[in-house]
Design a protein around this ligand. Structure first.
Ligand code: GDD
Ligand code: MG
Length: 397
């Protein structure tokens, strides 16, 4: 694949935030023997390099009651070398949708001869393993069950990827309509990791278009939620550096990937606050304004890539109330950060009132934040789960 080189990077303490890099060519042909004429502006990521990363990557698919046809399309788009990890919070009572997902995945893995894990978010063994790790923040009901939420699903996926010994974890939503887009997201993840100079790397996807259907298809680029969250997050940085910036363009990127070393040290806010919170946490810990969380990691630096995919992003439309709640959750992480100054707080409050999320004078509630895995006893989790791993593997050895 060919992508634009990192032509512009902003630095915030030990964090490098690369400006958006566009995908130029999905398939860049055979390996070149001679130096590339375009190398000054373009990175060619060879197939082998991409596959080398994919082998070390787990793709986590959080899902809750999605149409089976969409789920089926999504798994077919995940490149072959990746380990698929499905974390489902689908209904099990009236209709056992989880069993339907298991069946679909099993048939797919059988005919493609590939590995996958599938686990239900409310699985009792999982709950016990999390209790062993003292990951109580993920649990509710007096520790009897895992909390609902996409973010909680992501953390479980991440822990399962650790258990499987993976070096990278990528997230892909189960309601993606285009398998080709899923395929491209994972290629972008691999391209980011293969060009990164730091073991602490994150790759976030910005879609070129997010089409809206209202009579005819309109290829919209920005959604209201991402536009607002980007603006407020940029304001938080600008207020600290004294230079206005628009570097953050992927504040809400649901499709993103993290090197395991970085994933272990990140906190994960509940629900849809998770993606902006990852950035906020990095700015707090390594932005150089507050005390640095870990000098050794700061010395190696953290790289954030923002990749613009070619495929339009098309997913389920869940309506205005859902978007309002997503906006509130995301902005609450910015609002409650110790880095957030009065100017940004006022901006957030104003946006939330204008967009009819909160009333005048109301403040966003503090988000629930799950601790980073490395602050928990992960060894207890993996030891406990390792004994049961076979029951979550789709293709038995
Ligand atoms: N395991 C699990 N548990 N998965 C869940 C849960 C849950 O409780 N709730 C939702 N999911 C799954 C959905 O089935 C879907 O595959 C994915 O998480 C994202 O949920 P959506 O409800 O489709 O979110 P969205 O499309 O509004 O928002 C997405 O894009 C945003 C950026 O535009 C999400 O990825 C957001 O996190 C992201 O900020
Ligand atoms: Mg969606």
């Amino acid at each position: 694949m060919r992508i634009e080189k990192q032509r512009y990077t902003e630095r915030f303490g030990s964090i490098k935030i690369h400006d958006v890099q566009k995908v130029l060519e999905l398939d860049s042909g055979r390996k070149a023997n001679s130096p590339l004429k375009e190398a000054i502006a373009v990175d060619k990521i060879e197939e082998d390099a991409i596959k080398g990363i994919e082998e070390k990557m787990a793709v986590v698919i959080p899902t809750k009651n999605e149409k089976l046809k969409l789920f089926e399309g999504v798994i077919s788009g995940v490149p072959h070398e990746c380990l698929i990890i499905v974390v489902s919070n689908s209904e099990r009572k009236q209709t056992d949708r989880f069993v339907m997902e298991e069946d679909t995945l099993e048939q797919f893995c059988h005919y493609t001869q590939r590995k996958a894990l599938i686990i239900h978010q409310k699985d009792t063994v999982l709950t016990q393993a999390l209790a062993q790790a003292e990951y109580t923040g993920l649990l509710e009901d007096n520790g009897k069950a895992v909390r609902d939420g996409k973010s909680e699903g992501m953390v479980i996926g991440l822990l399962m990827a650790m258990l499987a010994g993976k070096e990278y974890v990528g997230f892909v939503d189960a309601d993606n309509y285009f398998p080709g887009a899923v395929w491209e997201y994972v290629k972008c993840y691999a391209a980011g990791f293969s060009t990164s100079l730091s073991p602490y790397t994150m790759v976030r996807i910005l879609w070129r278009y997010k089409p809206k259907v209202s009579g005819e298809v309109y290829f919209r680029k920005w959604g209201r939620v991402s536009e607002t969250t980007n603006k407020c997050l940029n304001s938080l940085i600008s207020a600290k550096t004294g230079f206005e910036t628009d570097i953050i363009k992927t504040a809400n990127a649901g499709e993103h990937a993290i090197s395991m070393k970085l994933a272990k040290i990140l906190p994960y806010a509940s629900g849809y606050a998770v993606e902006p919170q990852e950035l906020v946490a990095l700015f707090e810990d390594f932005g150089g304004v507050l005390p640095v969380a870990n000098q050794q990691i700061a010395r190696q630096g953290i790289e954030i890539f923002q990749m613009e995919s070619r495929n339009p992003h098309f997913h389920e439309d869940r309506g205005t109330m859902h978007l309002r709640s997503m906006l509130l959750q995301g902005l609450s992480t910015v609002y409650h950060s110790p880095l957030c100054g009065d100017v940004t707080k006022r901006m957030i409050a104003k946006e939330l009132v204008t967009q009819r999320v909160l009333g005048r004078g109301e403040k966003p509630a503090k988000p629930h934040i799950n601790y980073p895995p490395n602050k928990k006893n992960i060894e207890n989790f993996t030891n406990f789960m390792a004994e049961h791993l076979d029951s979550y593997s789709v293709l038995k050895e």
